[in-house]
Design a protein around this ligand. Sequence first.
Ligand SMILES: [Zn+2]
Length: 152
Amino acid sequence: MSVLQVITVPNPLLKQVTVDVNTFDEKLQQLVFDMFETMAHYQGVGLAAPQVGILQSLVVIMFEKKELILINPEIIFTDGQCVDEEGCLSIPGLRRQVERAENIIVNAFDVVGNPIQIKEEGFMARIILHEIDHLRGILITDKKEILSEGSE
Ligand SMILES: [Zn+2]
């Protein structure tokens, strides 16, 4: 296991669209392990492969002791809207209010290539949507900033 280097803006790899994973081998499992270790090292709640310079459709998430590995994720349902603050390991120091769907259903594959479907809500859904955005080259700085009324 090893901690990988997390790339930061303005590295152009962060703006690229990823390709699907099609080989579920030991190398992929090693990458997933390393991404979990990297995420823990930087105290993140989610990490997408492009953030470690790998343009493959893969994200790992660790939030409130729940671990998720989503390979080739596809959002098949969204409902509701909510605004909350987000940060990004690839944009050190930035916090931004972002609007996201409140409920989501995502189809993906696990690390050995079995299809999975997950249904999440609230902040977990937010993390998943943030990470899936990374797979499309979208950063929180590309999202409309929501300025909450009455603050500051
Ligand atoms: Zn991010």
